[in-house]
Design a protein around this ligand. Structure first.
Ligand code: HEC
Ligand code: HEC
Ligand SMILES: [Ca+2]
Ligand SMILES: [Ca+2]
Ligand SMILES: [Ca+2]
Length: 486
């Protein structure tokens, strides 16, 4: 109350709005608290205190360097949380009823599947990588090293996708249920690569080297593989709600404007429409929707058949039991898990008043990082009402870019070539250490810090990387401070 008067006197209109929204949020957490006390007691108590401090610790003046919008990276879903639960908050604009749906999805995401027959969560395997979604997406965040290795041989399948390898399919499953043999394992080593900034400072990059071991049968000569880290799963419903046209307006596949950046859409097979549609999810934008991404994860990562992917990944292999049984996953669970990954809140950026962060934003823009990590989008598509018409700050264009030979996996994925990757969102990236206890970045986790991630950029991003190489140590630190604030 006092604050509101104070702000009103100072005529800081913007700030009052900011404070009011924080107070709405505070009220939301009370609702949450009463519903979910038994599950998330600790987290919710914490959120309430954050909700309060988001209001009381507002910047002292409107911030000329960041708009009010930018304080709410996930629009009305934004959560003010800097704890290890920062990636796990439900969208703050869910009604009490919809929040219950989200909680059901949360339970599905954490459910551990077991070998059939079993009364619940049955059907694991016969081959699989993990038995629960959150074993890879720990605390809804990212893995430190690859948890999935995609496989293929040269060529395309009838849907334009990667060509499966007989005996292995499209992914290596390193585990199997009792009395079934797993497909094999991968071990990883790093080779140090010394690089220099223009001022002579050094940075050591780690080049991963993979070996396939314990294969149940040999992989064919010249097979392709792609190591993939589990990405964070918050805010994805908002990315899904951006209209195709709004993504395509950044596409410039032939670089007609000659700025060296040629964002390219991936068109991938859509199991629902039975046609190729715009890809958005996965490191190469090889999945068109969160429903299909979720259904594919159940099928490939866990061996759980479902309505979109009714055949075991091991069909035609010796691991397959040959039974033509019903799908293992109920549509309720598939929909619940999908709703969950659609409606996880985006954590708000932090320290936007810090002069170093403000200076870092300028370095980010001057280095043209924003030509791929496009800061702002507006959602349109009505997937879920909470996600429509939100202004968001994900820092991605969701398009493919050639990132150069050093990052290449040399494995095409629909329209993505072996050196193309989808620009990953940068929102929340500064909370990785707090949530997941590590700072490993890029598709295979090879970067041991944000600066290493930048220094791996090549291809279309060479100009941006070289800008950072030429920058002073101070400017480099400011850039990192900015990324850490996101
Ligand atoms: C074995 C580890 C593993 C398991 C288990 C797993 N995931 Fe993933 N998940 C990944 C990896 C790796 C990727 C990146 C895939 C790619 O690039 O193709 C991913 C990607 C995703 C994405 C897209 C993220 C983005 O930013 O594009 C979503 C959503 C997702 N998983 C949800 C789920 C759900 C839901 C489950 C459970 C049904 C699940 N995952 C189980 C490893 C896993
Ligand atoms: C040409 C497009 C492009 C430009 C320009 C670009 N990036 Fe990226 N960025 C990407 C892509 C694509 C990846 C993922 C590459 C991979 O995983 O192999 C990425 C990954 C990252 C990551 C790691 C993200 C994660 O989730 O692991 C960070 C951090 C990052 N970029 C920051 C920057 C900064 C800072 C700049 C400017 C100096 C910049 N990028 C310029 C396309 C770009
Ligand atoms: Ca199964
Ligand atoms: Ca397989
Ligand atoms: Ca261009």
């Amino acid at each position: 109350m006092n604050q509101e008067i104070l702000f009103a006197e100072n005529n800081e209109h913007q700030l009052i709005k900011h404070c009011k929204r924080a107070r709405f949020y505070f009220i939301d957490t009370i609702v949450l608290f009463s519903i979910a006390f038994y599950r998330k007691k600790f987290i919710l108590l914490f959120l309430i205190s954050i909700g309060l401090s988001a209001c009381t610790k507002d910047p002292a003046a409107p911030n000329p360097d960041f708009t009010e919008e930018e304080y709410y990276a996930g629009g009305a879903t934004t959560v003010f949380d800097v704890s290890s639960a920062a990636f796990s908050g439900p969208a703050t604009n869910l009604s009490a009823e919809r929040l219950l749906l989200h909680m059901e999805g949360d339970a599905a995401f954490e459910a551990t599947f077991v070998t059939a027959p079993a009364p619940v969560n049955s059907g694991l395997g016969p081959v699989y990588n993990q038995s629960a979604c959150n074993s890879c997406h720990v605390l809804d965040g990212r893995g430190a090293e690859p948890s999935v290795f995609r496989l293929s041989k040269t060529g395309f399948d009838t849907n334009g996708g990667p060509l499966a390898i007989p005996g292995f399919g499209g992914q290596l499953q390193n585990l199997a249920v009792a009395s079934v043999v797993a497909e094999g394992e991968v071990i990883m080593q790093y080779e140090a690569l010394l690089k220099y900034f223009d001022d002579g400072d050094q940075i050591v990059l780690q080049q991963p080297i993979y070996s396939f071991i314990n294969l149940y049968q040999p992989l064919p000569n010249g097979f392709h593989f792609s190591p993939r880290v589990a990405p964070p799963v918050f805010g994805l419903g908002l990315l899904e709600a951006i209209a195709d046209e709004d993504i395509l307006k950044y596409a410039d596949p032939f670089d007609l404007d000659k700025d060296g950046i040629s964002g390219k859409p991936n068109y991938v097979w859509n199991q629902e429409t039975l046609s190729a549609t715009l890809g958005r999810f996965g490191w190469k934008a090889n999945q068109p929707s969160l429903l299909q991404q979720t259904a594919a994860a159940y099928n490939e990562d866990m061996g759980i058949t479902n309505k979109l992917f009714p055949e075991e990944s091991s069909k035609l292999q010796m691991q397959y039991d040959g039974m033509q049984d019903d799908v293992e996953l109920t549509n309720e669970l598939l929909n619940a898990a999908t709703f969950y990954v659609q409606t996880i809140a985006v954590p708000a950026p932090r320290n936007l008043e810090d002069p170093e962060v403000i200076a870092g934003k300028k370095v980010f823009m001057a280095a043209k990082c924003n030509s791929c990590h496009v800061p702002r989008h507006q959602t349109g598509i009505m997937t879920q009402p909470e996600l429509a018409n939100q202004i968001i700050y994900p820092y991605t264009d969701l398009l493919l870019h050639d990132m150069g030979i050093e990052l290449a996996d040399n494995r095409p994925d629909f329209q993505a070539t072996g050196s193309e990757w989808r620009t990953p969102p940068l929102w929340g990236i500064g909370l990785t250490q707090i949530v997941n206890g590590h700072q490993r970045f890029l598709h295979d986790g090879r970067a041991g810090s944000l600066m290493e991630a930048i220094m791996w950029h090549g291809g279309e991003a060479t100009g941006s990387r070289d800008y950072v190489k030429k920058a002073s140590q101070k400017e480099r630190e400011q850039l990192i401070k900015f990324l850490e604030a996101l």
